[in-house]
Structure formats: structure tokens, C-alpha cells
Design a protein around this ligand. Structure first.
Ligand SMILES: [Zn+2]
Length: 106
């Protein structure tokens, strides 16, 4: 197993917020609050680069840090794993490409 190096890059779009939404305080800058948005997650391992677009996340309105839920993190990593195992050099995936399942690629 090669080392698993992750880069999360922020390119966030804040979505409309409904009035029942409960804001969280950002754990990184401690000033901002997070709002639901879509982010682009970039993962790199060895020669492979996997870019996953439109991943739902909570995005800080102050520093831009974002937080993925455990479920979504797992799905994102699973998708990346499949692409890397298929030998993709660069793979761009729109989340969710399909309901994520092992072997569900194309
Ligand atoms: Zn913040």
C-alpha cells in the first residue's frame, strides 16, 4: 500500500439556507459559522489525481474551511479508491456519480 496523502482544496458554493437550519461554529477559525454548500475535493496519491465535484459539505463563511460528514468522506474516499485502482491518472467525478457502491463505476 502506498502512502495515502490527501489534499482537500476549497472551492465552495454556499447553498440557500432554510430558516430551520442550525448553524455550527467553525472549529478552525472560531469566528465563522458554517453553512451548507458544495465543494470540490481533490485527492492525490502517487501519480493519480482524483477530483470530485459538488460534494455536499458544511462551509465556513469566514475562512472557507469545510467539513464533510463521515458518510460523505467515506463515499468520496471510496470513489477515489476505485479510480486509483483502475489506474486513472486524472479522474474527475461529479458527486454523486451514482449511488455509491463498490464496483459501480461506469
Ligand atoms: Zn472558519
Amino acid at each position: 500500500m502506498s502512502e495515502h496523502r490527501r489534499h482537500f482544496e476549497v472551492e465552495a458554493v454556499i447553498l440557500a439556507i432554510d430558516s430551520n437550519y442550525e448553524f455550527m461554529k467553525c472549529g478552525l477559525c472560531k469566528h465563522g459559522i458554517t453553512a451548507p454548500g458544495l465543494v470540490t475535493v481533490t485527492l492525490e496519491r502517487g501519480e493519480s489525481l482524483v477530483i470530485i465535484k459538488r460534494v455536499p459539505a458544511e462551509v465556513c463563511d469566514n475562512c472557507g474551511e469545510y467539513y464533510l460528514s463521515d458518510d460523505i468522506t467515506e463515499h468520496v474516499l471510496q470513489r477515489a479508491e476505485i479510480a486509483i485502482n483502475n489506474g486513472a491518472e486524472v479522474e474527475i467525478i461529479r458527486y454523486p456519480a451514482q449511488e455509491i457502491g463498490i464496483g459501480a463505476i461506469q
